[in-house]
Design a protein. Sequence first.
Length: 333
Amino acid sequence: MSTPAPDVVRSAYAQLAVTDLAKARWFWVDMLGFHVQYENADSLYLRGTDELTHHSLVLRKGDIAALDHLSYRVRTTEDVDKAEKFFTELGRPVKRLKKGEGTVGVGDAVRVVDPLGFPVEFFHEIERGERLIQRYDLHRGAQIARLDHFNICTPDIPAAYAHYRSLGFGCSETIEGDEHELYAAWMYRKQTVHDVAFTGGAGPRLHHLGVATHESHQVLRTADIFGALHEEKHIERGPGRHGVSNAFYVYLRDPDGHRVEIYTSDYYTGDPDHETYRWNVHDDRRRDFWGNAVIESWYKEATPVLDLDGRQQPVSSSLLDESAVQVGADGLG
């Protein structure tokens, strides 16, 4: 009898390797407004103003810019044990970390390389942080409220969909071809549009981190701040309105090229009969509801990922390439 999947609550934090911690601090803290919860000579632990857990983003000094790991919170300590058994039975690399052995502030955890090739952690216990929701005197920059989602590049979207379904994730929206071939999917555990989404392309690579702010004017303010300081080169795409998810967005690149989406205005998915909304790959509103062009770097560039020993994972090419579909504004076919 196979071990049941762990009960995942939500996407919890990401750890990125950066080559220059001072430049990363300027981008993520000074410009975007993340709160520094903890720091040492080699790392920064950051969170948004609405988050009551120790961190939602860790930046650590590394030789190359890469994704160290993604992390999901599970409902109980027993679910950490389930995660260890679940991935061991799948034959995947698994590392158990006792409290104090892994990330600062996090209790017992399990890190795995999942079937898609991504380094993923599962934990339950995490230290609490001071309530900053109404510390308006500390809110600055993009006024980041919380981590919302991970978006990953993978060459096999159906395999990614099947894996996350096996972990109990629901599916809010998809992009599909005329024969229902799957180009992308948005999947959730918390009751929003997604905790993780899949962009078809060479992988495993991290496409972007999605961080939520409360209102659309904060997305616009983010772009204005970068422009005012002559740092507009960090703005990659937008502001705009996604068809998928309805989100109002702007995409930025940090000094190492890590991509972040400042994101607001998605919707509730918690009803038990919530239906998947299916976009056709030929509908040019799917990526931008106003039909604005999607630039080539957004489709082609992404962050490499590491294995459990810190080595860069090899990348496989995509089975389906959404950017090669000739549709109106995209113009990349």
